[in-house]
Design a binder for this molecule. Structure first.
Ligand SMILES: *[C@@H]1O[C@H](CO)[C@@H](O)[C@H](O)[C@H]1NC(C)=O
Ligand SMILES: *[C@@H]1O[C@H](CO)[C@@H](O)[C@H](O)[C@H]1NC(C)=O
Ligand SMILES: *[C@@H]1O[C@H](CO)[C@@H](O)[C@H](O)[C@H]1NC(C)=O
Length: 408
């Protein structure tokens, strides 16, 4: 039966090729690669591969085979994880939440640092496996007992599942520090991208919990901190820069928050924000808080656009502090642990970090800011993927571990 097999193979190959050609044209028609990014050809190639994956996912979704997020998760799970004999790695469940514990073998007799890590991936990709090597590195380099949280995500789970899972897992860990040999005065919360946003949120929610040891520091790597002002300078300057383009960001955000795509323009332009709400929050969220050197010359859009009440009624959850932790009150912020904030120049989310930095500093929270001029969103996860890694990937990882070793 060579015939049908060959036909099937040929069909499959043409679909793969077609998706790649589509992705390449999509890339060259819509993507910007700023001159500060190093190794641009490699970045373009990786972005084309990534777009092919999303395109194939879109196709399997249209055909009713599986949704785009599940298709991407299926592909990412074929990545290999590196076993490191210097670590004991244990898969556990806290309640129903899958977590992975990394414990350095060469443990000092005294209790060790503790590290709670929330991975990124826009609630579509990322997993315990995808972040395995990164967590191994952090655990070894900072000599910490590291907890990586495998929170639930798309396509089956939506807001607020990530928040709840991250909070439950953190509380569970903080109550059991002794069991894991962790010094309760040396626990750090860390995350990248979506995980960085939840790192900020969980740090806020744990403020004042006298039944738990206080968090010593928060490390937020290109975090998502608000979904209200999507016209900040970085949102304009970097809207077409890989890997988190505006289009991808909105696709993931709208799915996770269950928002109809027809609200795209009302949300992008800020038309869903009631004038009195904007009056209250503009002192924290307006572009006036972004230092001049990050603003491009030219005429910024008028923000927010005229109020659209229907858009507000359906999407008011965007204004919740659990989705936009940048809106947290002064009093809570003032009690937060010190922060290490990483922003990338070529990242649509750069200004979330700049705004949070200002809010924390205004409340007297010590902030160490690490700005990566040649950085882009998603660079971190490539740190050990030679030859696909970028200079900024390892540089950022080393900055994080140096900071942690320096403070605790
Ligand atoms: C995949 O589909 C989404 C809509 O669900 C669309 O916004 C996106 O552009 C598509 N991506 C590609 C690479 O075709
Ligand atoms: C999280 O913890 C609360 C209370 O401790 C519990 O009621 C809830 O079921 C937990 N959720 C998950 C997903 O484990
Ligand atoms: C919060 O802190 C900022 C900066 O110190 C201050 O301008 C503002 O008035 C404070 N209070 C509120 C409710 O925003």
């Amino acid at each position: 039966m060579v015939g049908p097999g060959l036909v099937l193979l040929a069909t499959l190959c043409s679909i793969l090729l077609g998706a790649f050609v589509w992705a390449v044209s999509e890339h060259f028609l819509t993507t910007d690669v700023p001159s500060t990014l190093r190794q641009p050809a490699k970045l373009r190639f990786l972005h084309c591969l990534f777009l092919s994956m999303v395109t194939l996912g879109n196709i399997t979704e249209k055909l009713g085979i599986c949704s785009m997020p599940r298709f991407i998760q299926f592909l990412q799970d074929t990545l290999r994880i590196k076993k490191d004999h210097r670590l004991v790695v244990t898969n556990l469940h806290f309640g129903t939440i899958p977590v992975r514990l990394f414990q350095p073998m060469a443990a000092s007799p005294s209790p060790q640092r503790g590290f709670i890590f929330f991975h990124g991936g826009a609630s579509v990709c990322g997993s315990l496996d995808v972040y395995h090597n990164l967590c191994s590195f952090l655990s070894l380099e900072t000599d910490s007992v590291l907890l990586s949280v495998g929170y639930r995500k798309l396509p089956d789970h939506h807001d607020p599942v990530i928040f709840r899972n991250c909070l439950n897992a953190s509380i569970h860990f903080l109550k059991a520090l002794e069991t894991y040999g962790v010094d309760p005065s040396r626990v750090v919360i860390c995350g990248d991208s979506v995980g960085g946003g939840y790192g900020a949120l969980i740090s806020q929610v744990l403020v004042g919990r006298s039944d738990l040891p206080p968090i010593r520091a928060q490390v937020l790597i290109y975090p998502v901190l608000q979904v209200i002002n999507l016209q900040l300078p970085s949102y304009q300057q970097n809207q077409n820069v890989p890997f988190l383009t505006q289009k991808l960001m909105l696709t993931c955000l709208f799915r996770y928050l269950i928002v109809d795509f027809s609200w795209r323009d009302a949300i992008l332009s800020g038309a869903f924000i009631p004038p009195e709400v904007w009056k209250k929050y503009s002192k924290w969220l307006s572009r006036d808080n972004i230092p001049k050197r990050f603003q491009r010359p030219g005429c910024p859009p008028v923000f927010p656009a005229p109020f659209n009440e229907d858009a507000y009624l359906e999407n008011q959850h965007f204004l919740d502090v659990e989705i936009s932790p940048l809106l947290r009150d002064n009093e809570t912020l003032a009690r937060l642990p010190e922060a290490f904030l990483v922003s990338c120049e070529n990242d649509i989310l750069r200004d979330d970090t700049l705004l949070y930095k200002k809010r924390l500093e205004d409340q007297g929270v010590p902030v160490t800011w690490y700005h990566v001029e040649d950085g882009f969103h998603g660079a971190l996860i490539l740190f050990d993927k030679q030859p696909l890694s970028f200079p900024c990937s390892l540089k950022t990882m080393n900055a994080v571990t140096t900071y942690i070793r320096g403070i605790l």
